[in-house]
Ligand binder design. Structure first.
Ligand code: NAD
Ligand code: IPM
Ligand code: MN
Length: 365
């Protein structure tokens, strides 16, 4: 089996974590009897400086034939963020209708939780973020720019189609996880009665299709408080594009580090390629120092393998990362260690190879 992967390292530490994760994916492929064909696409801020755009005009056409997209990060301090993000990452999410953004938050053994008293394994939930519309719909404009009467307007767009399908995805996921069998919907319908009141209504309607799943609705401010106060209670959280974005930096922080948080931008109908990336950005403050934590990208790689229907290889990566964290043998500074991208990658590869020997031994008996 051969998978065709479009690789977009993007900017900053994207160029450090993507190669590290690819080494781990290659090792998982060797052990699982499948291969990758990686095609590197040099799109990002350097491309912008050279060609005046973040990616070529026909970028989506070029990406369409790939099985999946593996993405690093985008963002450069020299260019306005809305130019870089709206020139590369967001058009791919929207253009390929990757409507379900899945972001697991797991407190692994060996990782220090900033919340007092939380034990490893206690925090284990997934945020499903609407990924194609909502507050990111790119509808708006400026009137009388730069003048004293300047007007800025940015609309949030919620469609029945878009809201129903992402909520339904969250319920399906709660069934598949078969953990607490709970979906928490997060809105702000007390202030934004039209859009968020609509979301609440659709949530109640869709919930009726899943009588075996419990439900809960929280306002986003209270949800932030509860993620700190009682993170152990959550199972699947479903939220709009912006709220999902904010909640997933918070969920990354309470599970130890942004450097551990993976993300899958899924087109569940498989009409277009899905895209896998870490939750974090280009981290200009640590770029070039060799200390970026590659584990979020490795775990995103594991999610990619799951999507490609290689669950054993996906679990092998997750378990190797889990083992390295638990042993604390190689941790980058974001996790309180003195390790580097290289030492962490070597430790994960080493663990993958060890596991492989154990499996080979078992098979021989
Ligand atoms: P960031 O995620 O890049 O960094 C936030 C903090 O977390 C920084 O201190 C950084 O050093 C640390 N950090 C992030 N990833 C890490 C890793 N793997 N290992 C160790 N430490 C890590 O967010 P920011 O600083 O707000 O944004 C920087 C740029 O990235 C901006 O241009 C922003 O727009 C962009 N951004 C892009 C994405 C994306 O591509 N998906 C996501 C978030 C931010
Ligand atoms: C993320 C990022 C992006 C988002 C930004 C960089 C546009 O923060 O993937 O979480 O908000 O989706
Ligand atoms: Mn974010």
């Amino acid at each position: 089996m051969m998978y065709r992967v479009a690789v977009i390292p993007g900017d900053g530490i994207g160029h450090e974590v993507i190669p590290a994760a690819i080494r781990v994916l290659e090792a998982a492929g060797q052990r699982g009897g499948f291969q990758f064909e990686w095609e590197y696409l040099p799109w990002g801020s350097e491309h912008y400086f050279e060609h005046g755009r973040m990616m070529p005009a026909d970028a989506l056409d070029r990406l369409r034939p790939f099985d999946v997209i593996f993405f690093g990060a985008v963002g450069d301090p020299r260019i306005q963020d809305n130019v870089t993000l709206n020139g590369l990452l967001l058009p791919i999410r929207r253009g390929f209708d990757q409507y379900a953004c899945v972001r697991p938050a797991v407190l692994y053994p060996g990782v220090r939780c900033p919340l007092a008293g939380r034990q490893p394994g206690e925090i284990d939930f997934t945020v499903v973020r609407e990924n194609t519309e909502g507050e990111y719909a790119q509808i708006g404009g400026l009137l009388y720019p730069d003048g004293p009467h300047e007007v800025a307007m940015q609309a949030a767009m919620f469609t029945r189609h878009g809201t129903e399908r992402v909520i339904r995805f969250a319920f399906d996921l709660a069934r598949r996880r078969n953990a607490k069998r709970l979906v928490t919907s997060v809105t702000k319908s007390n202030a934004q009665g039209f859009s968020m009141g609509f979301w609440d209504r659709v949530f109640t309607e869709v919930a009726r299709e899943f009588p075996d799943i419990r439900t809960e609705s929280l306002l986003v401010d209270a949800a932030c408080m509860d993620l700190v106060r009682r993170p152990q209670d959550f199972d699947v959280i479903v939220a709009s594009n912006l709220f999902g974005d904010i909640l997933t930096d918070l969920s990354a922080a309470i599970t130890g580090s942004l450097g551990l948080a993976p993300s899958a931008n899924l087109n569940p109908t498989r009409t277009f390629p899905s895209m896998f990336e870490p939750v974090h950005g280009s981290a200009p403050d640590i770029v070039g120092r060799g200390i970026a934590n590659p584990m979020a990208t490795m775990l995103a790689g594991a999610m990619m393998l799951d999507f490609l229907e290689q669950p054993t290889a996906a679990q092998a990566i997750e378990s190797a990362v889990r083992h390295v964290l638990a042993s604390q043998s190689a941790l980058t500074p974001d996790l309180g260690g003195t390790g580097t991208t290289e030492t962490v990658t070597a430790a994960v590869l080493d663990q993958l190879n060890k596991d492989q020997k154990v499996y080979a031994g078992k098979g021989a008996k």
